[in-house]
Write a protein that binds this ligand. Structure first.
Ligand code: PLP
Length: 506
């Protein structure tokens, strides 16, 4: 009998596998197996090893042991799971959409993804660690787990959470809607997917700000939308650029343009609403961090000016609380309400009931807004520490886009392009500091380099330590030119042609 042992693990297990494979590959039913002593001699193993293998095969039903006359292959052999064949290359019959999704999907771009090995990191999208919030949330969650009915929650979301959301939107965001207008969703990410389901067919044009939140672009691209990047300046979206486009959907962040921080002016807001009404376009208002404005009061949302029901307003608890919650809300224009509810049902029936109940309790108790006030105070201090530190080490090399809002800053490196910013990012990483280029937030490569610096998760002390590393990398990669070296005329490295951004279709 020719048996090949695979060398993996104990000898009796190797022998068991080899005998099993031989039986399955056609050693006839009822065939007598060699006596244990003989097989042990043939293989040069101990008899106990063979006895253990036979015993295992007998226990699994592969052999029948007949007292006094030896062991026989069982009739019939038991069914056994065959090892899966290794997948060779990319041979799957994926759908067009699956391929599009895979092309757009880049794990490293998830907001909050850490730079490996970084001691400090200016990551965007990481919430502030807050033990008081954790305790209060744990209490709400355990209470909700006890009284929430275990059946499926309503597709639109728990009435208590929709009511609490309406109340909050009316007081803090100037948006006056009724609970039946609100759909509880799995964050902005699900909101944009539902919007694509409801409004877009492959090939439809969707306009996005340039630069923009890349996760939204990727969802739209994966649904086959054709993207039009529209420039942004200090007043937000350059609405005039929409005129040439046939965009069915326009995605904007009017309260705090992501990532530049620009606040959309009233004139532009009115122009955008007028454009949408005239062209029958829809506006996706992503109000992701409108709660955190450090000068004056938070601004009313664009939705508050919408008389023609063209705005799909979306808010998230990812910034106001924490992103692992995966909850947000979408204010549905009345004419699309049935479609959105159907799309949500198709996607997942509804958002998780216990978390919704806990959140409703947390908002209704006033704890949510107390938390927002405290968080805003702390973020303001952190933002100041970051700006002061950047100003101290800049020496003409940095230009800070200070929007007085949110949990991140954009810092331009005037005269430097993406490749040079990548050098700085790499140098910093080697020194243990996570830095993030602004490049992934553009549809088209830019010749204007900058950094997106998240500060929400860092204490003031951490910001200072991180800035010390930042200053070292900045000096190493872009040394300040001394007076003697300055005799040579500076080389014009880049132009600022996309400063205001231009409309582009793809
Ligand atoms: C512009 C923008 N919108 C929305 C979100 C939040 O998305 P979600 O609600 O899916 O967590 C983020 C998170 O980083 C963001 O930057």
């Amino acid at each position: 009998m020719h048996l090949e042992l695979d060398g993996e693990g104990p000898l009796h297990a190797q022998l068991t596998r080899a005998l099993k494979a031989m039986m399955l590959s056609g050693l006839g039913d009822g065939t007598r197996l060699p006596p244990t002593r003989l097989l042990a001699q043939e293989l040069g193993v101990s008899r106990n090893t063979v006895l253990a293998a036979y015993e295992q095969l007998r226990a699994e039903g592969f052999i029948d042991a007949r007292t006094g006359s030896g062991s026989y292959v069982a009739q019939p052999l038991p069914a056994t799971p065959m090892p899966a064949r290794p997948v060779q290359g990319d041979i799957g019959p994926q759908s067009v959409r699956a391929r599009r999704m895979r092309d757009c999907h880049d794990q490293s771009a998830i907001p909050g993804r850490a730079v490996p090995g970084a001691v400090h990191s200016f990551q965007y999208g990481v919430p502030m660690a807050n033990p008081a919030l954790t305790t209060a949330w744990a209490r709400e969650l355990s209470r909700a787990a006890q009284y929430t009915p275990p059946n499926y929650p309503p597709t639109q979301g728990l009435p208590a959470l929709r009511e609490a959301t309406c109340d909050y939107l009316s007081r803090r965001r100037g948006v006056h809607v009724r609970p039946e207008d609100v759909l509880i969703v799995g964050g902005t990410q699900q909101a944009i997917a539902l919007v694509a389901d409801v409004l877009l067919d492959p090939g439809d044009v969707a306009a996005i700000e340039e630069p923009h939140y890349d996760a939204i672009r990727k969802v739209l691209l994966s649904r086959g939308a054709s993207m039009q990047a529209v420039g942004v300046d200090s007043q937000g979206l350059v609405v005039d650029e929409l005129a040439q486009a046939r965009a069915k959907l326009v995605c904007v962040t009017p309260s705090h343009q992501f990532p530049t921080g620009a606040l959309m002016s009233l004139r532009r807001r009115m122009a955008l609403l007028e454009h949408a009404s005239r062209k029958g376009a829809w506006i996706f208002e992503d109000d992701y961090d409108g709660e955190f404005r450090y000068v004056g009061k938070p601004l009313a949302a664009l939705r508050s000016l919408d008389r023609d029901n063209r705005v799909i307003y979306v808010g998230t608890f990812s910034k106001a609380l924490f992103p692992s919650l995966r909850l947000g809300y979408l204010v549905m224009p009345p004419q699309l309400r049935r479609d959105f509810i159907a799309a949500k049902w198709m996607a997942d029936f509804s958002a998780p009931g216990i978390e919704q109940a806990a959140l409703a309790g947390f908002i209704a108790s006033g704890a949510f807004e107390r938390h927002l006030r405290r968080t805003a105070q702390e973020l303001k201090v952190r933002r100041r520490a970051l700006i002061d530190g950047l100003l101290a080490c800049s020496r003409g090399r940095l230009r800070i886009e200070d929007s007085q809002a949110g949990m991140h800053l954009v810092v331009w490196l005037p005269g430097r392009g993406d490749a040079e910013v990548a050098e700085l990012v790499q140098h910093a990483q080697q020194a243990g500091l996570g830095l993030y280029s602004i490049a992934p937030y553009y549809l088209r490569p830019q010749d204007r380099g900058g950094l997106l610096m998240g500060f929400g998760a860092m204490s003031v002390a951490e910001i200072e330590q991180a800035l010390a590393l930042f200053a070292q990398s900045l000096d190493a990669v872009f040394p300040v030119v001394t007076a003697t070296r300055q005799r040579q005329p500076p080389v014009q490295r880049t132009t600022r042609r996309n400063r205001r951004g231009r409309s582009r279709a793809s």
